[in-house]
Design a binder for this molecule. Structure first.
Ligand SMILES: Cc1cc2nc3c(=O)[nH]c(=O)nc-3n(C[C@H](O)[C@H](O)[C@H](O)COP(=O)(O)O)c2cc1C
Length: 179
């Protein structure tokens, strides 16, 4: 049984990124243990906290450590990832030498309400995941464009082809994460 952590780059209620993450989770094997990790309440990373970390940091690092694999879905903010997502990556990468990301499988995905599908944010995210020595599933690349046309007003993906595509990729990721 594989433990999957889900990290959504948007902290918005009715987030389309959350909708994409849920559509991916729907394609994981039945025995998957899935935990959505909350990144919204993490204080902004400050290296001074390495000495005496806030409880939110230690809880988040422990939660990351407990997972075998991650699904990460990001929107694009000003041609990058949202600050909350970068902050979460930074928090669990420190103190130096104690990063809890290394070796974990990860499926990165981006979405945007535009037709460029968050491609820049996706690659900014991959850059950090690569440096953090995570095991990235490189193909297929998940770029979901025009998301507002594929989802309802609550952010849930309603387009049947998109749901089937995402579920299929999640199945591939489950195999990838095992090895
Ligand atoms: C601060 C901000 C910056 C944005 N910058 C971009 C951008 O660079 N590229 C893009 O495609 N969409 C951009 N958008 C629109 C996002 O694609 C859209 O808000 C996002 O898909 C919503 O995702 P969510 O529903 O998960 O919050 C931006 C939105 C915000 C709020």
């Amino acid at each position: 049984m594989t433990k999957y952590g889900v990290i959504v780059g948007s902290t918005r209620k009715n987030s389309y990124s959350l909708g994409v993450a849920e559509a991916l989770v729907a394609g994981l094997p039945e025995d998957a243990e899935v935990t959505y990790l909350d990144i919204a309440k993490l204080p902004l990373y400050n290296q001074d906290y390495d000495e005496n970390s806030p409880v939110e940091y230690t809880e988040f690092r422990d939660a990351v450590k407990a997972q075998d694999a991650f699904i990460m879905v990001t929107p694009e903010h000003n041609r990058s990832v949202p600050a909350a997502l970068k902050n979460a990556l930074d928090v669990a990468s420190r103190p130096w030498g104690q990063s809890v990301w290394a070796g974990k499988a990860v499926l990165p995905a981006s979405q945007s309400i535009s037709n460029i599908a968050g491609v820049v944010a996706h690659h900014v995210l991959r850059n950090s995941l690569d440096f953090l020595d995570m095991k990235i599933m490189h193909q297929p690349e998940l770029f979901i464009g025009n998301t507002a046309e594929l989802a309802d007003e609550n952010g849930k993906i309603t387009n049947e082809d998109t749901k089937a595509f995402l579920a299929n990729v999640a199945g591939q990721f489950a195999e990838f994460a095992k090895n």
